[in-house]
Design a protein around this ligand. Sequence first.
Ligand SMILES: Cc1cc2nc3c(=O)[nH]c(=O)nc-3n(C[C@H](O)[C@H](O)[C@H](O)COP(=O)(O)O)c2cc1C
Length: 430
Amino acid sequence: MPNVLARPLTLPCGAVIPNRLAKAAMTEGLATAQGVPTPALDRLYGLWSDGGAGLLLSGNIIVDGAHLERPGNVVVEREPDAAMREALARWAGAATRNGNHFWAQISHAGRQTQKPVNPHPKAPSAVKLGLPGGQFGQPVALTIAEIEEIARRFAICAAAVKEAGFTGVQVHAAHGYLLSEFLSPRSNLRTDRYGGELANRARALLEVVAAVRASVGPNFPVAVKLNSADFQKGGFAFEDSLQVAAWLEAAGVDLIEISGGTYEQPRLIGVEGMEAVEEQKVVQSTMMREAYFVDFALAMQEKVSIPLMVTGGFRRRAAMEQAISAGGADLIGLGRPMCVMTDAPAQLLAGLEELPRYENQLALLPSWLSGLSRIKAIRPLTTFAVMYWYYAQLEELGRHGRAQPSMSVFAATRRVMAQQKQWFAARGAS
Ligand SMILES: Cc1cc2nc3c(=O)[nH]c(=O)nc-3n(C[C@H](O)[C@H](O)[C@H](O)COP(=O)(O)O)c2cc1C
């Protein structure tokens, strides 16, 4: 059988992705306290470049240091100075050394900025994140001038990474960060031209996309990561996502990556939040059980003709091949398996049947306490702790070139929390 995963993909702008496997964006936390990329990032992305993916997406690169998604994010909030230019170029060089694409995921964390980074982050409206634990502060609504400034910064960042040798950009409009907050009627209560009907809620995203396109020109890949839905009652729904996808196509976007969920409802990693999942109207196929969003992509490709990348849950090669063959995806995004098996794409292309499912083995609580995770208020804590295990693997890869999968979730959590403390101390001292 011809290997559909090995087929190149040509994007509307003319760029060619050498195969159908992409490493999805995963925040690395490996920049300096000033947001400059480090040699650990070069090592990590060098490994991934050697690992056979046609496309690597960076983790969140933030356009405002006061709105980090996580301590240790790369920050490009102005025209880069010489040191930043050099660090970005080194990173891009390592990440493309095998001839693959490397795109910058450009982002602003909005109200999902942690409280120690910013106790009063800017957001579309002053609607606080509904999570227990006091980790996130009371947001402040953006002014129109501030929204325009953010679009300008996305464009500056896109031009800077292009100059440094990145081969594309992705605007992050998913997972409950700023642009995704604009899309949701639950977090966007504005009554000006950025709030209300969907056309207004999508305006911030479309202005960012227009500014980015203008800054990189017509031949450079511009992608958007978009939620299929937030899966929350009264939130951004699948029918909204279909409409936004059509607008993005008209705006000249080259690829939409489909994901879903927010910190409040973490469907992106297949986890249920504190409130019930708001089911969406979509025809369910048998592929759904493995890949969380492929049915949404199947329905979306009837509305738009631009390529779709689908990320979340893919582990079996047969499911990936089926998604591509059925038109449900043009690119397959891989996340968690790549935190340990950096050459997962090469192995799949060589015939490996199935990737490891670390998510089925990892838990913060020992099995005799696992019943506690049924308590809704504990769920966010256990979800973050498991994420810290992946963070620790990325750090091991970046600093030492090897993952440490035998590490416990508890040990990883302690380590990441201690590092965050150190990071705040370093930032405070600088
Ligand atoms: C450690 C980790 C970090 C992540 N960081 C990001 C990120 O920076 N940007 C983003 O869009 N998604 C991020 N995600 C979500 C992934 O891109 C992906 O959507 C998710 O892991 C589901 O894919 P998977 O089932 O193959 O892991 C992250 C996921 C993990 C596990």
